[in-house]
Design a protein around this ligand. Sequence first.
Ligand code: NAD
Ligand code: TYD
Length: 333
Amino acid sequence: MAHILVTGGAGFIGSNYVRWLLRTHPEDRVTVLDKLTYAGRLENLADVVDNPRFHFVRGDIANPDDVEPLLAERPLVASFAAESHVDRSILDPTAFIRTAVFGTYTLMEAARKHGIGRFVLVSTDEVYGSVVEGSSKETDALDPRSPYSASKASADLLARSYFTTYGVPVMITRGSNTFGPYQYPEKILPLFITNAIDDQPLPVYGDGRNVRDWLYVLDHCAAIDLVLREGEPGEIYNVGGGNERPNIEVTRLILDSLGKPHSLIQYVADRPGHDRRYSLDSGKLRHLGWQPRYRFEDAFAETVRWYVEHPGWWRAIKSGDYTEYYRRNYAHR
Ligand code: NAD
Ligand code: TYD
């Protein structure tokens, strides 16, 4: 029986991981530590809050008073907590740096002090920067180009230094663009799906030819869990979906699956410093025993269906503080 501390467990991937964990590991206990920022929502965990094996703590990974007592119990740790949206990092990087750098430092210090067993830091393919050709390997140089990816690269390097220097058993996963239910509707997929449902324009940045490698959230969760239990301390594992698509193709797929016209596509000014392409070589993780279980087309259709069937979830967000953010961010476009 394992006790797993999930930081950022009220966000998109974290809440899917918690649900998956309670289902696939009926002997495990799960504690979530989450600050409940705009992106963290207890609604994302509504179906597990009454589970006796689940415990929620509201707190900040950058606050030692919140972190210390939890790590003193020496759980396994899967750390998802971060500010995660590139466009927000361009508007104001402050929270990104604070949570990624000071938060990771705080977790690492507590992990070192209490001698915890295993720790996975959930990082991203964006730390490699824009990849013109070929696919990134774990040994490639980092070249983050947005405040978001630079904050993640900083956390990634800091965590690894705690393995090298203090022997804290840290593993790092670098996942690609993830999609699925409960993703905050500021990221391209949920934003475009929900806009399309409402016959609103789909704002495609630049020429729409930027490429992302799409990974279904449950495949990402399984990868993180495998690394948590069986990864080699100090090692980094890429988690790529193997589904590279230009944004415009994904956009058309959304419209077609909802039966909406392509005239909803609206080309807008490009994102500053917009990475052209991400691509991962996931050979190392496959060697550990992981492979994606879901076909992209099926997972994509399932995801579109989830947003169609859960309008209450995303309408509550889109009618709240999100609206102000959206207005500020897109007013000039
Ligand atoms: P998200 O924004 O949906 O969720 C982040 C969660 O972290 C929220 O619940 C938020 O309340 C919490 N949080 C933020 N700051 C905190 C703090 N200081 N203390 C405690 N909790 C805090 O993000 P997501 O898309 O679920 O991403 C989760 C992790 O996976 C992030 O580290 C992200 O960088 C990484 N990642 C995401 C993707 C993707 O496509 N979404 C891909 C690769 C890696
Ligand atoms: P996003 O979902 O923000 O993820 P990331 O920037 O972390 O990859 O964006 C995915 C891609 O979609 C990226 O190339 C930017 C593009 N994009 C748009 O074209 N329009 C949008 O409104 C958004 C949010 C993203």
